[in-house]
Design a protein around this ligand. Sequence first.
Ligand SMILES: [Zn+2]
Length: 99
Amino acid sequence: MTACPLCATNGPVHDFTRTCCRVRYLLALPGLDARRCTLARWRHEHGAEAADETEAALTAAWQQRKHAARHQPSTLAADQRPTNTEVAPSHDRRATGEI
Ligand SMILES: [Zn+2]
């Protein structure tokens, strides 16, 4: 996954025709239900192939985060919880009100 200029600056604007921006947007959503609903809508709007690609990239991004968390002692407690995927990055909260 290559980050576009929008993602490189982590700006408030998302280009939803790009997988990188869709994944960045989903990662900022507060809960699993919100991500599922958004993915389902994109499946309808952009097609199954784009949705599958986004889902795969999202899963890869979470695995990267989990892997990174294991190397940071301060986040070990959160990493041990089985539902760690519910944690959203606080610096991305501003993007959640865009739809
Ligand atoms: Zn992007």
